[in-house]
Ligand binder design. Structure first.
Ligand code: HEM
Length: 167
């Protein structure tokens, strides 16, 4: 089973489903998620999109912590990111947060490719469980893209996101 990246299309409605708790439990809960996200960000530091992120170590550490908390909650773990989201639904807050950065498809592909490397290094989790987490990342990340190859900008709104709630 492969973790494929499907292309973003400007303005398209994006369907996504929050990851189920299966992935969160399989990687070992809060500690497992932290491990995955710290490994991911260590790789981001070496990637083509390193310049998007704080170069100051303390600031970068804050991003790592917040990122881990977000993924713990979005995967069905304890609601540790709730206050950071300033009362908004988590995904809605995430779309808005990324509006502050000029993100194009190339940056998205680099981000996803880096995450895929980090996921590949987890050896004891079934591919179909990883795939379910991946599908959320592949789809949701389309809503963080706001700069397009024709030079235009388009900021996705939460109304463009169709969150699939049923199982
Ligand atoms: C599935 C897609 C994505 C998710 C769920 C996600 C999630 C997050 C989270 C949780 C944070 C920390 C938020 C906080 O400060 O409270 C963050 C920050 C950030 N993300 Fe993403 N992200 C995604 C895709 C991307 C992509 C494709 C890029 C492309 C460059 C990107 C660039 C950034 C940047 C620049 C920051 C902020 C760093 C700072 O605070 O200076 N993200 N993201």
């Amino acid at each position: 089973m492969s973790l494929d990246i499907t292309p973003v299309i400007k303005g398209e409605v994006v369907r996504f489903k929050n990851p189920s708790k299966r992935f969160y439990e399989a990687i070992g809960g809060e500690d497992g998620m932290k491990k995955l996200m710290y490994n991911f960000y260590d790789k981001i530091y070496e990637s083509d999109i390193a310049h998007f992120f704080p170069q100051d170590e303390d600031e970068f550490e804050k991003v790592k912590i917040k990122n881990s908390k977000f993924f713990i909650q979005i995967c069905g773990g304890p609601k540790v990111y709730q206050n950071d989201a300033k009362g908004l639904e988590l995904n809605e807050y995430m779309i808005r947060l990324h509006d502050d950065f000029s993100i194009n498809e190339k940056a998205r592909v680099e981000w996803l490719g880096t995450m895929r490397e980090a996921l590949d290094e987890i050896k004891d989790v079934d591919e179909d469980i990883k795939k379910e987490f991946w599908n959320y990342l592949d789809q949701f990340s389309k809503l963080t893209v706001n700069s397009f190859s024709d030079g235009s900008e388009y900021y996705a709104s939460y109304t463009q996101a169709l969150e699939d709630k049923e199982d």
